[in-house]
Design a protein around this ligand. Structure first.
Ligand code: NAP
Length: 257
């Protein structure tokens, strides 16, 4: 379908960048947000345009309601609709701090970016998508949340991140349930250890763990591994599934003996 519009949060770097490029290469018009890294956003934008896709970068802090409203309006302005929302933007705590020392400020910052922001952006976009379906659009809208293995894996030095990603699991279930009758499909893509800026600071630790057999598939995940899953779901690859969690984690979630 010509000119389907995707809204991807946090598209300037890492996993979001790979998602933007995969969608642009697949013919989508992609509106993506970033928080502050102009240079990275510009690079992603230019690469997406070179792939032949149409793209637009919007500076918006997901934690701020006014920014979320402006972002959705910008996306709507491209072609009068939004066919895909990818809630990808997220942050790790600025400092890894033991659970017994974690500050209220860090908890609030991480939860606002990783959970409150996606919740209220989804609420806003879901209303638009439901309206599109009611008015006879032939395209089935899709919402994809980027979760994490941290939804069920305890890391006591970044508990606020784990709690936010556990919340993302329920966010997915709630919207999948509520929106099924509105004709909107909702999924979670759950990455494992992916090579991006977010994991750059702990590369040595993860290199060793992977070398020692932490993952059944013994390699780092790449942003493109996650983007592949997103593209499959975005293009209607699982039409009789909703609320599904797709693990992109090299088999990390398997219980092994
Ligand atoms: P990254 O390389 O650090 O990139 C984060 C992206 O999110 C950037 O585009 C950043 O914008 C944006 N962002 C951060 N906070 C934001 C906010 N408050 N408002 C708007 N945009 C914001 O991270 P990544 O590794 O690609 O992670 C992407 C998603 O995957 C996150 O939700 C993360 O939790 C999840 N994830 C990552 C891994 C992994 O191993 N890397 C594993 C599981 C899940 P700027 O460029 O402007 O800073």
């Amino acid at each position: 379908m010509e000119h389907k519009v995707a809204l991807v949060t946090g598209g300037s770097r890492g996993i979001g960048r790979a998602i933007v490029l995969a969608l642009a290469g697949g013919g989508w018009q992609v509106v993506f947000s970033y928080r502050s890294n102009e240079a990275a956003a510009q690079e992603t934008l230019e690469t997406a345009l070179r792939l032949g896709g149409r793209a637009l970068a919007v500076r918006a802090d997901l934690a701020a309601g006014e920014d979320r409203r402006r972002l959705a309006q910008e996306a709507l302005g491209v072609n009068g609709r939004i066919d895909l929302l990818v809630n990808n933007a997220g942050m790790a705590p600025r400092q890894r701090t033991d659970l017994l020392e974690m500050s209220e400020a860090s908890y609030e910052e991480v939860m606002a970016a990783n959970l409150k922001g996606p919740f209220f952006l989804t609420q806003q976009v879901a209303r638009l998508m439901a309206g599109q379906v009611r008015s006879g659009s032939p395209i089935q809208p899709v919402i994809i949340n980027i979760g994490s293995i941290s939804a069920y894996t305890s890391s006591v030095n970044r508990g606020e991140y784990c709690i936010s990603k556990a919340g993302m699991g329920m966010l997915t279930a709630l919207f999948a349930d509520r929106l099924a009758g509105e004709g909107v499909l909702v999924y979670e893509v759950r990455p494992g250890i992916i090579a991006t800026d977010m994991t750059a600071g702990v590369k040595g630790k993860y290199d060793r763990l992977i070398e020692d057999g932490l993952l059944p598939l013994r390699r780092w995940g790449q942003p493109e591994d996650v983007a592949r899953a997103v593209l499959l779901l975005a293009e209607g690859g699982l039409p009789y599934s909703t609320g599904e969690v797709i693990n992109v984690d090299g088999g990390f979630h398997l219980r092994r003996l």
